[in-house]
Design a protein around this ligand. Sequence first.
Ligand SMILES: [Zn+2]
Length: 617
Amino acid sequence: MKCQFYHGLTVAVVIGFLISSPIIADIYTEYESLLPPAQKWAGKSEELIVAEDDPWITPAEASGLVATPSYDETVAWLQKLVAAAPELEMLSIGKSLQGRDFWMVIASAEQAFTADAMRATGKPLLIAHSGIHAGEIDGKDAGLMLLRDMTVAGKRKELLAKSNFLFIPILNVDGHERISPYNRINQRGPVKMGWRTNARNQNLNRDFTKLDTEGVRALIKVLNQWQPDLYLDLHVTDGADYQYDITFGGNGRAGWSPAIGNWIEDTYRPAISATLSDYGHVPGGLIFATNDMDMQDGFMTWSGDPRYSNGYGDVIHLPTILVENHSLKPYKQRVLGTYLLLARTLSLLAEEIESLRQATQSDKQRRPDAIPLSFKANKEQTPEPVMFKGISSERYQGVAAGGEVVRWTGKLVNKPIAKTYVDQPTIMIDVPAAYVIPAVWSDIVDRIKLHGIEVKQLTEPLQTQAEIYRLPDAKIAAASNWTPNPFEGHIRIDPGEPVKEIIDTTFPTGSFLISTDQPLYELLVLMLEPQAPDSFLQWGFFLEIFTRTEYAEAYVLEPLAQKMMENDPQLRKRFNQKLKADEEFAASMYQRMMWFYQQTPFYDQQYLLYPVARIPN
Ligand SMILES: [Zn+2]
């Protein structure tokens, strides 16, 4: 989940201060009572928990579903299960920076433990992972219970009879081992949990296009090799309080995969919600409060950019569901809800695989001439009121905060509130026939290839018309209140308004030519168009172009400028006009000299020139 509302750093510093005092430290063992009141909960899903003496009790169940096992305990338990269950195999899909394996459990009734063998079964394939944010670990403990019940316990064998399942219990394995009771202040359990980011403080769920992290690189490789029908990314929320204990959704009906978006809303949601409700849970759609102080102000949908799992899935036409359990609900309730969601997803896949594959095919076959670079809220339409299962809140004057703070009262309020759809394209971009990247930027190309995009290298010069962008007003992106620069180890760039030029040029041998006539062309466009929020340019991969190089001395510019004015009366006139109109300019020898320098062929022609070219259709 996005944590937009608190400065993580500030909170960490304050806690670090206070726990050094033994008197004050007591409040941290009881701080849960400071959270908004917990709703009393009991549900039929509690029947899923096995008896204390069950030989296959999971470590979390053994704790009464209040604690979660460590990485080593998790792996050891799974290894024991896999050894006893012929339907299971464990595969390391890569290693973290600290040397831990990313384990994936393969569940197949036919023991089809390779991608090819699994495809040959023709059965639906679900992939799910937990712990991309390692403190949000409900999915791991739910998955362990379900794997047991589908195999050695014999309770849900029918699920594997009809579907295959890939399960990555912990994606951010190093973050998972940064364990503490103090890692997520607005979350009710488990008693100790992992940390959001990895050992280099990178957020894996911002990494789906740039691919800095070992974890997401490993995952993308798996998605490419195994080609699942549906992908689930399991999280826990931050932010507002409400009654829903499990919220989930895709990237909306109007995203890059509209047919899949409709399938998720019309087929997936009703089926999953019905099961969850039957078992005592309160399912809902993904919720982003318009105002975190008061849900009555309404909420918005969200259309994630491809840096996020759900945005990435939408762009590559992989049906993807983001699951957000509600952080203020007890751990037991959240784990059991996730179990049901996973189990019902597997059975639904068996029932609805035809309709899902049809939707996926239809989105893959769309070839629009122009695609949206991102989505924004629909401001034209009056937000539609929808029934919302909320919790009432009030505000009070915070002594420490020095301003109004929200207090959630625990009282249930069911009433309609405004829902705003984030479904309007920000910018539409014509899809070119191809992009050309100069050979010197091969590091960008390496990342593009990791996605499974085909790249060719010119074996002879290519003479052609091309479009290039100049970025005259690009600048370092402003810091936001929750994101100081740099962000994710990158200096983010605001591209300003790119100026397109059409040129006749010859690309030399060795240049990378990337056709858009391939399945992942939309992802390619979103990584290479400067105005796309997750373009390599905006992630700061082209910082070199923002430095103007070579020097020009006044002793040569002054006589040159005089000659230019003598030879070109129009230029002299423009100069004089600028002197009159712009005081700062007139007073600056540097600006005056630069004005002339820029109009000579000596000036750096590659300054602020984006090196990636487009070959128009
Ligand atoms: Zn999360």
